[in-house]
Design a protein around this ligand. Structure first.
Ligand SMILES: Cc1cc2nc3c(=O)[nH]c(=O)nc-3n(C[C@H](O)[C@H](O)[C@H](O)COP(=O)(O)OP(=O)(O)OC[C@H]3O[C@@H](n4cnc5c(N)ncnc54)[C@H](O)[C@@H]3O)c2cc1C
Length: 485
C-alpha cells in the first residue's frame, strides 16, 4: 500500500497549483504530499538566488485556474495590476500590446499564501528534502527518493502517481528510466539566461516607452538583449521588476560584433542605467522582497516536452518546459496545466489505471487547451532570433496588421501568408528575406498546429506522431539556418 495517492515533487508555483487541483477534483478525498527542498520559511524558492521571475501573469490565466479549482489569488500575492504588455521595436517607433489585463505578483509571498491554503485543504508537506530520483516497481514509478536535509537521512515515499514540478533542472525527468517518449534534456539554444532586479526609484524623464505604471514594457533589441528581450514591469509608481534574457550563443555573437565581453549581469546593469525614466534605482529592501531583490536564473523557450506522462509519472510547469517560446511566460501555462493535471490524475486514480495509458489524457487536454500552439511559436522564435534590429523595426512597422496584433495578443502565430501580395513593396534585401521567413514560419505553424490537434489518443500512436513532428522541426531548423544574417 502506497504512503500517498499523489506525491507532488517540487512545491513551487506549478506544484502547489497541481496539489490544490488534485484536492479539488477529488473533493479532498485523496492523500496528497508536496515535497520541496526549501525550508517552510522560504517555500517555492527556485534557487538560493530567490524566486527569480518577471512576476507578470495575465488575468485570463489566473481566472482559468480560479474558476475551475476555486482558489482565488488576492493581495498580497497580487502586488500590482496592469492593463497588458507593450512590446517596443528597437527604434521605439512601433509598439504592440498583448495579453490584456494582468497582475504583477509577489513571488515570495505567493507560495506562503499557497501553502497556507493547501494546508487548510489537508495537503501534506515535507520540507528540506532534496529529491534525487524516482522509485520504480518494474516499469511503474511508485515514489520518490532523496535526502532529508533535516536529519541527513535517506528519504523515500511512495505514491500511486508522482507529479514532477521540480522546475527546469528536474533530476527526476533527466534520469527517468521507464519511458522513451519523454525527452530528458533540453537543448542549450532553447534556454534563455535571464536575470532581474526588484527596485525602487525616483522619477526621471516621463517616457512611457521606458516606464509605464499601467503596462509591462518589453524592449526588443539585439544589442541590449541578444536573442531575448529586456523588460520593465511596474510594481507601483516607483517600484519595478527590471531585467532581461539572452540566448547565450547569440550573446557571444553580439559581443564579438560589438567588441565587448558582457555577461547577463553586466547587460542588466547597463539596461537599468540607460533607462531615462528611472533615477537613483535601489534594490528593494521590503520584507516581502528581502530574499528576492536580485538574481539570475534560466528559462526554456521551446514547445512543452513531447510527452508529459509515463507509468505513474506526470510532468508540469518548467519541469515540462512549458514557458511560452515567444516571451518565456511560464506562469500562465503552469496555471493551465496545474489545473488540468489534477483533474487527469484524479480521473486515472478513480479508474484504477495510473499507467502511461491511464494518464495519457493529460497530454491531450493540455495540448487542446494550450500546447497546440507552442511548436509553431518555437519555430517563430528561432526566426526572430536571427533578425537584426533594422529588420525588427521594419517588420513591426510594415508587416503587422490589426489581425496579426490580435493573434499575437492571444499568443498565436500571426498569419503572414499574404506578405508581399497586393502590390506591397518591400524595401531592402534583408526585409525581403524577413518576409520570406515570416511566410515560411506561418506555413510551418499551420502544419504544426494541425499536427498537435491530431496528437494520438493513446500511447500506441505516439511513435508515428513524434517521427512526423521531428521531421518537420528538423526541416524548419535547417531552413531557418538560411535566414541567419
Ligand atoms: C528571470 C525570469 C523571468 C521570468 N519572468 C516571467 C514572467 O514575467 N511571467 C511568467 O509568466 N513567467 C516568467 N518566468 C517563468 C516563470 O518564473 C516559471 O515558468 C515559473 O516559476 C515555473 O514554476 P514551476 O513551479 O514550474 O518551477 P519553479 O518555480 O522553478 O519551482 C520548482 C520548485 O521545485 C523545487 N525543487 C527543484 N528541484 C528540487 C529537488 N531536487 N528536490 C526538491 N525540490 C526541488 C524548487 O526549490 C522549487 O520550489 C520567468 C523566469 C525567469 C527565470
Amino acid at each position: 500500500m502506497a504512503d500517498y495517492d499523489v506525491i507532488i515533487a517540487g512545491g513551487g508555483l506549478a506544484g502547489t497549483i497541481a496539489a490544490q487541483s488534485v484536492s479539488h477534483y477529488s473533493k479532498q478525498g485523496l492523500k496528497i504530499l508536496v515535497v520541496d527542498r526549501n525550508s517552510s520559511f522560504l517555500p517555492g524558492r527556485k534557487s538560493v538566488g530567490g524566486w527569480i521571475c518577471g512576476d507578470a501573469v495575465s488575468k485570463e490565466a489566473v481566472d482559468y485556474m480560479s474558476e475551475r479549482i476555486k482558489v482565488n489569488w488576492t493581495d498580497p500575492e497580487i502586488e500590482h495590476k496592469v492593463k497588458g504588455v507593450m512590446a517596443f521595436s528597437p527604434n521605439r517607433e512601433t509598439s504592440i500590446p498583448f495579453d490584456g489585463d494582468g497582475y504583477m505578483l509577489n513571488r515570495q509571498k505567493l507560495p506562503e499564501r499557497q501553502n497556507e491554503r493547501s494546508m487548510k485543504m489537508g495537503i501534506n508537506f515535507d520540507f528540506e528534502v532534496n529529491l534525487t530520483g524516482l522509485i520504480y516497481d518494474g516499469s511503474q514509478v511508485v515514489g520518490v527518493q532523496g535526502v532529508d536535509n533535516k536529519n541527513k537521512q535517506p528519504y523515500k515515499k511512495t505514491a500511486k502517481i508522482v507529479i514532477d514540478a521540480t522546475g527546469i533542472t528536474s533530476m527526476l525527468r533527466n534520469q527517468i528510466q521507464n519511458t522513451t517518449k519523454i525527452e530528458r534534456k533540453v537543448d542549450r539554444r532553447d534556454v534563455e539566461s535571464t536575470g532581474r532586479h526588484i527596485m525602487y526609484f525616483e522619477n526621471g524623464e516621463e517616457d512611457l516607452s521606458e516606464f509605464d505604471p499601467d503596462y509591462c514594457i518589453i524592449h526588443l533589441d539585439q544589442d541590449i538583449a541578444p536573442g531575448g528581450y529586456g523588460w520593465v514591469f511596474p510594481k507601483g509608481k516607483n517600484k519595478v521588476n527590471i531585467g532581461l534574457g539572452v540566448e547565450k550563443t547569440l550573446l557571444d555573437k553580439r559581443n564579438k560584433r560589438l567588441g565587448k565581453n558582457d555577461n547577463v549581469s553586466m547587460l542588466i546593469d547597463q539596461y537599468v542605467a540607460r533607462n531615462r525614466a528611472i533615477k537613483n534605482p535601489k534594490l528593494s529592501t521590503d520584507p516581502e522582497d528581502k530574499n528576492n531583490a536580485t538574481g539570475n536564473f534560466q528559462v526554456s523557450v521551446r514547445r512543452q516536452n513531447d510527452c508529459l506522462v509515463a507509468n505513474g509519472y506526470m510532468l508540469v510547469g518548467d519541469a515540462a518546459w512549458m514557458p511560452k517560446p515567444l516571451d518565456a511566460g511560464g506562469i500562465g501555462p503552469a496555471l493551465v496545466a496545474g489545473t488540468i493535471i489534477g483533474k487527469c490524475a484524479v480521473e486515472a486514480i478513480q479508474k484504477g489505471d495510473v499507467t502511461e495509458k491511464g494518464l495519457w489524457n493529460y497530454n491531450k487536454e493540455f495540448i487542446n487547451e494550450y500546447g497546440y500552439k507552442t511548436a509553431g511559436l518555437e519555430v517563430f522564435r528561432r526566426l526572430i532570433q536571427t533578425l537584426t534590429n533594422e529588420q525588427i523595426d521594419y517588420g513591426m512597422k510594415h508587416f503587422l496588421g490589426n489581425l496579426d496584433v490580435e493573434a499575437i495578443s492571444k499568443g498565436e502565430h500571426p498569419d503572414f501568408s499574404a506578405l508581399g501580395k497586393l502590390g506591397m513593396i518591400i524595401r531592402g534585401a534583408l526585409n525581403k528575406k524577413l518576409a520570406d521567413g515570416l511566410k515560411f514560419t506561418t506555413q510551418q505553424n499551420r502544419w504544426l498546429t494541425e499536427h498537435y490537434y491530431n496528437y494520438p489518443d493513446s500511447p500506441e500512436g505516439f511513435a508515428d506522431w513524434s517521427q512526423k513532428l521531428h521531421k518537420v522541426l528538423d526541416e524548419s531548423n535547417a531552413k531557418l539556418e538560411q535566414f541567419q544574417n
